[in-house]
Write a protein that binds this ligand. Structure first.
Ligand SMILES: Cc1ncc(COP(=O)(O)O)c(C=O)c1O
Length: 424
């Protein structure tokens, strides 16, 4: 193996090796892969492990480690999780039969965001019957909101609770001055999709464990990744992660700072032109297009006619995920395209407000129940069986096990979700 024997069809086969002598082995890494992971760990200031299956694999590993930790302490695993968790979180919660309590946004927000403050988190922790093993939040989220993780981690520490962060969108945060990376803000573990913001092949990601996190998490990290990962990790992706170490340690922080300066200038120009540019992450431009007279979907179609593909659009927003790789010319192209679109009267439709839904089954029970696909519009009163979301943003509107309210069904309609899977 591999069957291509290095003979070129698409061009990269020569680099696509397997666990041959000298190439080390990801899950038992003791040679060049381990050396490369240690190099990455030095750059990130953490115990760092590679994933060739994205942050998705790291999220499964983090939750497994959390379950081991709970067992070690003689507790049942309970996680207090931001409601905008990526759907992978739900799949591992079902696999490991973890109890989840949801943290809902403090203020009205898009379902892809979950703005919470440390004070609010503390109130919830005090009010819960059983102290959670971990708090799990997504920061940055799809729209670029970043939580105050330093304050949130202080609350977690005060109550002896682990802090896990889905930092899939924020690998680059480490290289800002000062760093805004979750590990530097006190998280115990986080995942970074290297492939989303660094020049790494799709699938390349890191699991980071803080040097101050409980030792057992570090000892079991490789086992956790191996438990869920393919036994054929991609060496192409591993090589790409290795090359990223060199890329970062050359002049990436400087390149990033200069590029962010240019992105900031573009944001200023867009605001002057009446664009509603969201505050938040430096490498994202998130526009509330409805304030400019367009639905996000309509807006993204206009841009695609100009050869610009946004990362994400929904009825209200478009999001561009930028990296220094697009360079000044790429930014100029985006600027010209955006400034050429004329403002219209504000679009009036607004997303329905999501209220708390009744939980009738656990996520695991619901996902393992016999199910059927039905039109979303006929789903009031039914129990959701599978997270009915595509990627992006892969954030569930309702969670398996919940009884679907009229508002949930309205929300499916608003976001164009036509069919959903419910318990039979
Ligand atoms: C917030 C968030 N978490 C996790 C993931 C999964 O990351 P990956 O695609 O690297 O597995 C994504 C992917 O889009 C994401 O947006």
């Amino acid at each position: 193996m591999p069957g291509h024997k290095g003979i070129s069809t698409i061009g990269c086969e020569g680099l696509d090796i397997t666990e041959i002598d000298g190439a080390d082995s990801l899950y038992e890494a003791q040679g060049i892969i381990r050396e490369s992971e240690i190099n990455a760990g030095t750059l990130f200031g953490a115990n760092t492990y590679y994933s060739t299956e994205g942050s998705s694999l790291c999220i499964r590993a983090m939750l497994y480690l959390t379950a081991l930790y709970a067992k070690h302490k003689g507790e049942r695993t309970t996680v207090l999780a931001g409601r905008n968790a990526h759907k992978t979180f739900l799949s591992v919660v079902a696999l490991l039969d973890i109890d989840v309590e949801w943290l809902y946004p403090e203020q009205n927000s898009s379902y892809v965001s979950c703005p919470i403050t440390a004070g609010y988190l503390e109130k919830i922790i005090i009010g819960t019957e059983h102290k959670p093993t971990a708090v799990y939040v997504t920061s940055p989220d799809y729209l670029g909101n970043i939580l105050d993780l330093a304050a949130i981690s202080a609350v977690c520490r005060k109550y002896g609770i682990l802090l896990l962060v889905d930092n899939a969108h924020g690998a680059y945060l480490k290289f800002l001055h000062p760093s805004r990376h979750p590990i530097d803000s006190g998280a115990d573990m986080c995942c970074d999709s290297a492939h989303k913001t660094l020049p790494v092949l799709t699938g390349g990601a890191y699991l980071h464990i803080s040097h101050s996190a409980p030792e057992m998490l570090v000892h079991k990290a490789k086992d956790a990744i191996a438990l869920f990962g393919s036994t054929s990790p991609s060496y192409l992706i591993l090589q790409s992660l290795d090359c990223a170490n060199r890329y970062i340690s050359l002049d990436y922080p400087k390149k990033l700072a200069e590029f962010i300066g240019e992105v900031e200038e573009l944001k200023v120009k867009l605001r002057k032109n009446n664009y509603d540019v969201l505050e938040g992450e430096q490498l994202k431009i998130s526009l509330k297009t409805t304030s400019y007279g367009y639905s996000g979907i309509e807006f993204s179609q206009i841009l695609s006619e100009r050869n610009i593909t946004c990362e994400f659009c929904d009825p209200d927003f478009v999001v561009f995920m930028l990296t220094p790789e697009i360079g000044s010319d790429g930014l100029k192209m985006l600027e010209a395209a955006l400034l050429a679109i004329t403002e219209k009267q504000s679009a009036s439709a607004t997303a329905p407000t999501l209220t708390v839904m009744k939980k009738l089954l656990s996520v695991r029970e619901a996902m393992l129940s016999p199910s059927e696909v039905i039109p979303a519009q006929e789903a009031v009163g039914r129990i959701l069986a599978l997270p009915s979301v595509s990627c992006p943003p892969a954030v569930p509107i309702a969670v398996p096990g919940e009884e679907l309210s009229a508002q949930a069904v309205e929300t499916f309609k608003y976001y164009g979700i036509k069919n959903i899977t419910v318990v039979k």
